[in-house]
Design a protein around this ligand. Structure first.
Ligand code: SF4
Length: 875
């Protein structure tokens, strides 16, 4: 008996039929067997065309879908009536679909130019141009090929499997092929006699959860069942569904050492764009780094890319290099600079592949045909060691699909012309974004799938979600490019509400007939909107879900799987060793005051946060610039008496030139955008510096005693090196210690309390000798708030500062001498704590933890959880 080619509407069904065939062969004891010929309808037509052409029955060249889309894009772009703001790609894709639909439903395209709307007129114009191009070049696309192919190319025959119904074009072809002697069969599994039950759930999430628990109960102790949960518009709800199903079937997903997402327990048939598959996303990032000037963010991602040569072995060295790049924040370092740094920082494999890749780039012309680009793209990726040495099965399939996509790009010479490297990569990214791809490996007992893709499949039991009146039947969605009257007349699905209802009825009947037990579910609410059941459920018996699966509690599961723990009481870190006692500065006291754990972790263990590369001038850099400008100015002036020799204009010029000199280095390497941002920064700096200098001019005479000069403070066992921003000698010979601040936290209250938030100034006072100091002050540089804030022994020494013990002074400092004594005692306590290895968590988490990067290390959240809120995963 001749073996017929089996033809399916979807790739997934073709894959499933092949897998079932393999299983049958294995079960019957075969060790080897011929691969069954199972293809989709589109694959069959393309194959027939190529066979006809090889046999001389047809001429012309095959136009792939991708090439056809580029052609449509060209046509739309060249249309003078298309406005500049529309998305050419989106419009071209829609037009291509309408072209295909018009052929499948055998619409007379000459009637498309009915003048019904601007859209139908434009489409008719584009079709005329498209047809002319096809004729001019002898191209045949997937829409026009079916009427041309010869039945002999499908010899000995075909068996159509899993089609809900054939389009008019398919019907006519099947009739013609049969009349010309080709055997054509239609296979339909007999519908089951299932009596569906209908259930209601509170909302969509409750519905997914109920379906997942139903599946878990059915599969409990059974490994011979095949179940499905059908979700309309699954691509949109993919993540919600996955979370619900995982929570029930694979509750350990996401816990340490738990199974990977989408484990063998279920299969989610919702293809993602190829561009979102991690291995392809990694390839696109590599290409972006080479065809654009890479910013620090892109370079950092390149260093963390796990699909490059030796990424595993060099992970620590690349991570250190990434941290260094962030810290240095070198703009415009480029790949050449990265290669040099990589070689110097122990990333020799990375440096080697970067050198190889840059050599490939030197042979890739700035503009070339897509075929050259495709060749260079593959060469470039291979020189970087992509996709690594051990791709798993899914990655292997994804890489294969990606390579075929790059080859498709290479076949676009005629349609795209010469393109730049960046354009070629952009084109490829767009192609990968529009191709939906799912690796096909899982053989899980539960399949989560959408209603269209499961056409032709059979199950032991089925749950269909989303059957509310607003979605089932879906609203009418006529094709915007085809005349509505023609769509109605030819019965194109969803052209009218009646046609949408008929389509929905047919799909629902098919779903009900595809399993022995069927549950149909409806959500009662969508956010705050009540939902009604679909009218198509009229007559379906309401029922309860049979078999129930308890709500899994992650905390309970973790508790049950807990390892045997040995409890060790460890109140802190070991006390400082002799060589550690001399390390540190004012930051040590600040951290110890806020959180002993953080001080020990950052300063002794080096647990520092990665720097964030930022566009323009970040808060820290701004602070450094302010310090640098004021330091330069006061070193030059020496006292505020000098200011009296400068008129307004002269002062402005001096400040402007000092700011310009301070920013000169940054400007030298800045691109256009950063130049603009630096100009804005210079304006801000000049304005704030002039404001604070105006305040200094109004103060009683003073001499600048030192600027950023190092002082040593012996505090208990510790020896700290401190560097006050500025120390002024006041009229009575005492000192004023000044700290520049651009942040919002420059407040006297930060020096007070048992654990002062900013203990730097109290520490400077100790270092200079409390008896010599007459005032301490923040010099605040902020829009609308520039000026001095602080405390002084006497008001006359530094007008504007508060005097402890007098009206207006903050509570908690009753006298200047008492304040100095308190500071000494509190600083000594902090010093003792740190030297002794005290590593308690922050006493005031609300104040200290908000911007701390160490939450995962100190596990402060778990200590909160211990106080009650255990069931945060809620049921
Ligand atoms: S998160 Fe809070 S408790 Fe933990 S280290 Fe940071 S400041 Fe300390």
């Amino acid at each position: 008996m001749p073996v017929l080619t089996r033809v399916t509407p979807t790739r997934r069904l073709a894959h499933q039929l092949r897998a079932q065939y393999d299983e049958r062969c294995l079960a019957s004891g075969l060790e080897a067997w011929a691969t069954p010929d199972i293809v989709t309808w589109d694959e069959l037509i393309e194959r027939m065309f190529l066979l006809d052409r090889a046999a001389g029955r047809l001429g012309g060249r095959w136009l792939s879908d991708r090439a056809a889309q580029l052609l449509w894009e060209r046509i739309v772009r060249e249309d003078a009536d298309v406005g500049p703001l529309v998305s050419v790609g989106g419009l071209a894709r829609a037009a291509q679909q309408s072209w295909r639909r018009a052929h499948e439903w055998r619409l007379p395209l000459e009637s498309a130019d009915s003048g019904e709307s601007a859209e139908t007129e434009a489409f008719a114009r584009w079709c005329r141009r498209y047809v002319a191009l096809l004729q001019e070049h002898g191209w045949v696309d997937a829409a026009t090929a079916p009427t041309l192919v010869h039945p002999a190319a499908a010899d000995p025959g075909v068996e159509l499997t899993g089609f809900d119904r054939l389009t008019p074009l398919q019907e006519s072809l099947v009739a013609r092929w049969s009349s010309e002697g080709l055997e054509v069969r239609r296979h339909r599994a007999p519908p089951s006699a299932a009596v569906p039950r209908r259930v209601s759930c509170r909302d969509r999430i409750a519905e997914f959860d109920a379906a997942a628990r139903w599946a878990a109960a059915q599969l409990d102790g059974r490994d011979d069942l095949r179940l499905a949960i059908v979700v309309p518009d699954l691509v949109r709800h993919r993540d919600e569904v996955r979370r619900c199903v995982e929570r029930v079937l694979v509750p350990l997903t996401g816990t340490t050492a738990g199974p990977a997402a989408e484990s063998q327990a279920f299969e989610l048939a919702a293809a993602r764009p190829l561009a979102e598959q991690p291995v392809v996303a990694a390839a696109l990032e590599v290409l972006d780094a080479f065809v654009h000037a890479p910013d620090l963010g892109l370079l950092d991602r390149l260093l963390r890319n796990p699909f490059l040569f030796d990424a595993g072995a060099e992970t620590p060295a690349r991570a250190r290099l990434g941290a260094r790049l962030r810290r240095a924040g070198i703009p415009g370092i480029g790949l050449g600079g990265l290669e040099r740094l990589a070689a110097a920082q122990g990333c020799t494999s990375l440096a080697g592949v970067l050198a190889d890749a840059r050599e490939v780039m030197s042979r890739w012309p700035e503009k070339s045909l897509p075929s050259t680009c495709s060749e260079k793209i593959l060469e470039l990726l291979s020189s970087m060691g992509w996709p690594g040495t051990a791709p798993d099965s899914n990655e292997h399939q994804t890489v294969r699909r990606w390579r075929s996509l790059v080859s498709e790009l290479g076949g676009c010479d005629e349609f795209a012309g010469r393109v730049s490297r960046a354009e070629a990569v952009g084109l490829l990214r767009e192609m990968a974004g529009s191709v939906r791809f799912e690796p096909q490996e899982l053989r899980a007992p539960l399949l989560v799938i959408d209603p269209e893709t499961c056409a032709g499949m059979g199950f032991d039991a089925l749950w269909v979600c989303g059957l509310d009146a607003s979605r089932w039947p879906p609203p009418a969605a006529p094709d915007p490019f085809l005349p509505r009257s023609l769509q109605r007349q030819h019965g194109i699905p969803r052209a009218t509400a009646e046609l949408a209802a008929a389509e929905a009825r047919m799909v629902l009947d098919r779903l009900i007939g595809s399993a022995d037990a069927v549950v149909l579910s409806v959500a009662e609410m969508d956010d705050d909107t009540p939902l009604l059941p679909s009218p198509l459920l009229d007559g379906v018996t309401p029922g309860e879900v049979v078999g129930w699966w308890p709500t899994p509690r992650l905390a309970q599961i973790q508790h049950e799987r807990r390892p045997l723990l040995e409890t060790l009481e460890e109140p802190g870190m070991p006390a400082l060793l002799a060589h550690e006692l001399g390390r540190g500065g004012a930051r040590l006291l600040e951290l110890q005051s806020a959180c002993p754990f953080r001080a020990q972790a950052e300063l002794r263990l080096g647990a520092r946060a990665l720097d964030e590369p930022a566009l323009g001038v970040g808060a820290a850099e701004r602070g450094e610039l302010v310090h640098a400008v004021l330091a330069a100015l006061w070193r030059e002036w020496g006292s505020n008496a000098t200011l009296t020799t400068l008129d307004e204009r002269g002062l402005r010029e001096v400040v402007a030139s000092t700011v310009a000199a301070t920013l000169a280095d940054a400007r030298a390497s800045a691109d256009e955008v950063l130049q603009h941002l630096l100009r804005l920064e210079a304006q801000w700096l000049e304005a704030r510096v002039l404001e604070i200098v105006a305040a200094d001019r109004a103060r009683p005479p003073f001499i600048v005693e030192s600027v950023e000069q190092a002082h040593t403070l012996h505090l208990g066992e510790l020896t700290l090196e401190l560097r006050p921003d500025r120390v002024d000698r006041l009229a009575d010979g005492s000192l004023a210690v000044i700290d520049y601040k651009t942040g919002a936290n420059a407040d006297v209250k930060t020096w007070l309390g048992e654990r002062p938030t900013l203990p730097q100034l109290p520490a400077y006072v100790q270092a200079l000798g409390p008896a010599r100091v007459g005032a301490v002050a923040f010099a605040r540089l902020r829009v609308g708030e520039t000026g001095y804030a602080g405390l002084a022994r006497e008001a006359v020494l530094f007008p504007g500062l508060k005097v402890p013990g007098t009206r207006g002074a903050p509570r908690g400092c009753d006298s200047w001498d008492g304040l100095l004594a308190d500071w000494q005692r509190r600083l000594e306590v902090l010093s003792r704590e740190y030297a002794g290895g005290d590593a308690r968590l922050a006493a005031d988490p609300a104040r200290s933890c908000e911007y701390c990067h160490l939450r995962a290390l100190c596990r402060i959240a778990e200590s909160d959880a211990a106080n009650g809120d255990e069931d945060s995963d809620g049921d």
